[in-house]
Design a protein around this ligand. Structure first.
Ligand code: PA5
Length: 440
C-alpha cells in the first residue's frame, strides 16, 4: 500500500469530532459496501473488478489496441462523463506533457463526444483529414446525445476516407452487452465490441474496457494499472479498521469537515499532468454524493498555476472550503537550473535545489498559508506517477467515495439529477416521444 494519507493539518478543525463511534460508522459503511447490503448494491461490480478481469480479457484488449494502434496516427475516443474521464485521467497523467508534438510509436489520443461545440468537431475533422485514425466509441446506455452525435459525424468521415468496409476495421464500440442504440448499430455494422458490465456504473468503469482499451492504445501498461488496483482491493479487505485504513480516515474526516460547515473540497495538485485525474475525481464524488440536497461540492485546482488566480479566494474568501492535496514524492526527469554569474534575476539562491524540490517547498508553503487562513488541509501522496500507483489511487478514491457516500446517507451509485438537463434539451429540440419539460 503506497498511498499515504495525512490529516495533521486538518486536525485543528475536527480533532475532537473524530470519536470512536464515528470511526465505527466509517468501518460500518465499508462493510455495507463490501457485503453489498446498502443502497445501490446492484452497482458494486467495481469492488472486485481488479480481480475479476481475466487474462483472456486483458489479452483481447491488448490485441485490439495493438491492431488499431498499428494503423493509426490518432485514435479518437468518443464518450462523455464516466465513459471518457477515466481513460483521459490515466492517459494524460502518463503521457508526455506535449504529446501532440512528440512522435512516438503509439497514436495520439484525441477526444470527442464530450461537448456539443461545432467548431471543436470541425477542427477535429480538419486534423483527421490528414492523418490515419481509428475511433473508439463508448456509451453504456448507447443513447447519450453528445457521443452519439459525434460518432455519427466521425463514422461518416471515416467511411468517406477509407471506404465503408475498411472503416469497419477502424471502429470499436464499448457498450452494454445487449441494450441500446450503439449496441444495435455495432452489431449491424459488425464492429468489434467490448462490454461494460451491468453492475459497474459509468464513473466506476475506468478498469473495464472503457478505460483499459484507450489506455492500452496510448501505449500504457494496463496490467500494472490493474495490479495497483488489485493490491489496493486486497489492502481494503485485510484492513477493515479505521486506524489501519487511510480510506476510512479520509472518508470520515471529509464528512466531519462537511458537517462542520465546509461544503467545498478543493482537490489540488502541484503536478499539471494530474489535471484530468482531478476531473475524474470531480465526477466520481460529485455524481456520487451530490443528491437529496446534500454533499460536498468537489472542486479542483492545479498549483502553483491557480495560486495566481484562485489563490486569493482560497486564502481570504468565504470560509467554506477544505483542501485535499494530491502529491507525489518523485518526478521522472531532472532539468538543471543553470549557473548565471550576473544573477540579474536574483535566482542564484535556488541553484543548489532541484525544480521538484522547489515545487515541494511551494506545496509546504501553500499548506502553511492555507491552514493559517483556516482552510483545513488533507494530503494524499503516492511515490510517483506511474500505472501502478494510478491503479492504487483509482481504487483508493472509488472506495473512499462509496464509504463517504454511505456515511452521508445517500445512494453513491445512482445519478438521477443528470437526467434533468437532458429532458429539457430533448423537449426543446422536439425529440419524438418526449413530453416532459420541467425536472420531476
Ligand atoms: O457516471 C455516469 O453514469 C455518467 O457520467 C455517464 O457515464 C455519462 O452520462 C455517459 O453515459 P453513457 O455511457 O451511457 O453514454
Amino acid at each position: 500500500m503506497n498511498v499515504k494519507f495525512s490529516s495533521q493539518d486538518a486536525l485543528f478543525f475536527v480533532e475532537k469530532l473524530i470519536t470512536d463511534p464515528r470511526k465505527a460508522d466509517a468501518e460500518a459503511a465499508l462493510q455495507t459496501a463490501l457485503n453489498r447490503t446498502g443502497r445501490g448494491n446492484d452497482f458494486l461490480g467495481w469492488i472486485t473488478l481488479p480481480n475479476d478481469v481475466t487474462e483472456a480479457d486483458i489479452t483481447r484488449i491488448e490485441e485490439c489496441a495493438a491492431r488499431m494502434a498499428a494503423k493509426s496516427q490518432v485514435v479518437v475516443v468518443v464518450g462523455i462523463g464516466g465513459s471518457y474521464l477515466g481513460a483521459r485521467a490515466v492517459i494524460e497523467a502518463l503521457q508526455h506533457s506535449f504529446a501532440p508534438y512528440v512522435d512516438g510509436k503509439f497514436p495520439h489520443i484525441l477526444y470527442a463526444g464530450n461537448n456539443i461545440n461545432e467548431d471543436y468537431l470541425h477542427d477535429l475533422l480538419d486534423v483527421l483529414d490528414t492523418r490515419d485514425y481509428s475511433v473508439v466509441v463508448i456509451s453504456k446506455s448507447g443513447t447519450t446525445t453528445e457521443p452519439a452525435l459525434a460518432f455519427r459525424i466521425l463514422k461518416q468521415h471515416c467511411e468517406k476516407k477509407y471506404g465503408v468496409e475498411a472503416a469497419k476495421e477502424r471502429i470499436v464500440a464499448i457498450t452494454d452487452k445487449a441494450r441500446g442504440a450503439l449496441k444495435t448499430l455495432a452489431d449491424k455494422e459488425g464492429y468489434p465490441t467490448f462490454v461494460i458490465p451491468d453492475d459497474v456504473g459509468g464513473r466506476y468503469s475506468v478498469l473495464t474496457p472503457v478505460g483499459l482499451l484507450p489506455i492500452a492504445m496510448a501505449g500504457f501498461n494496463i496490467r500494472q494499472l490493474l495490479q495497483g488496483a488489485k493490491d489496493m482491493q486486497k489492502f481494503v479487505a485485510e484492513n477493515p479498521k479505521y486506524e489501519q485504513n487511510p480510506i476510512l480516515q479520509y472518508a470520515l474526516i471529509r464528512n466531519l469537515l462537511y458537517e462542520s460547515g465546509l461544503k467545498v473540497e478543493l482537490l489540488a495538485s502541484f503536478e499539471p499532468q494530474l489535471f484530468y485525474f482531478i476531473e475524474w475525481f470531480k465526477q466520481l464524488f460529485g455524481e456520487s454524493e451530490g443528491k437529496e440536497h446534500k454533499g460536498i461540492f468537489p472542486a479542483g485546482a492545479i498549483f502553483s498555476t491557480d495560486l495566481h488566480s484562485l489563490g486569493q479566494y482560497i486564502q481570504e474568501g468565504t470560509r467554506q472550503m477544505f483542501e485535499t492535496v494530491l502529491a507525489i514524492d518523485a518526478v521522472h526527469h531532472r532539468v538543471n537550473i543553470p549557473e548565471d554569474a550576473e544573477n540579474l534575476d536574483n535566482l542564484n539562491y535556488l541553484q543548489h535545489r532541484t525544480i521538484h524540490e522547489i515545487n515541494q517547498i511551494a506545496r509546504k508553503g501553500t499548506c502553511l498559508a492555507h491552514v493559517d487562513g483556516q482552510v483545513p488541509n488533507l494530503c494524499i501522496t503516492v511515490p510517483e506517477i506511474n500505472e501502478y500507483h494510478l491503479g492504487e489511487l483509482i481504487y483508493f478514491f472509488e472506495m473512499s467515495c462509496a464509504v463517504s457516500g454511505y456515511m452521508l446517507g445517500v445512494n453513491p451509485f445512482d445519478q438521477p439529477g443528470v437526467e434533468a438537463y437532458k429532458k429539457n434539451m430533448f423537449r426543446l429540440l422536439g425529440k419524438p416521444g418526449v413530453k416532459y419539460f420541467l425536472f420531476q
